[in-house]
Design a protein. Structure first.
Length: 107
């Protein structure tokens, strides 16, 4: 009987006899912790691929990346608001100085 095993019904229940996980070409080398086999793990966990094991990590990384971009956008908007406020304040001070100079010249 030469039937390949599935996730739910593995060919063998002994993790040492199962095929080792091969590194994927889509992820950089050394980006994950080294592979190891736990003998007490459940069958479905033993038959996971590396990509499936790293999905939560990838989701967390994407979430943190989005949060960092959101924080940077927030900082830029705060800086813009502050710069506009300072510009208005400088324009008012300039107008006051012009008026004071005009009053001094008129006297």
């Amino acid at each position: 009987m030469n039937i390949a095993g599935t996730i739910d019904r593995p060919l063998t229940h002994d993790p040492k006899k199962q095929a080792p996980m091969k590194p994927s070409t889509s992820e950089p080398a050394g980006s994950a912790t080294p592979d190891f086999t736990t003998t007490g793990a459940t069958d479905s966990r033993q038959n996971r691929t590396r990509e499936m094991q790293l999905i939560p990590e990838a989701l967390a990384r994407a979430h943190m990346h989005e949060r960092l971009h959101e924080a940077e956008r927030e900082r830029r908007s705060v800086r813009l608001v502050t710069a506009r406020r300072m510009q208005r304040r400088a324009e008012r001070a300039s107008l006051r100085a012009r008026r004071a100079l005009a009053m001094a010249v008129m006297q």
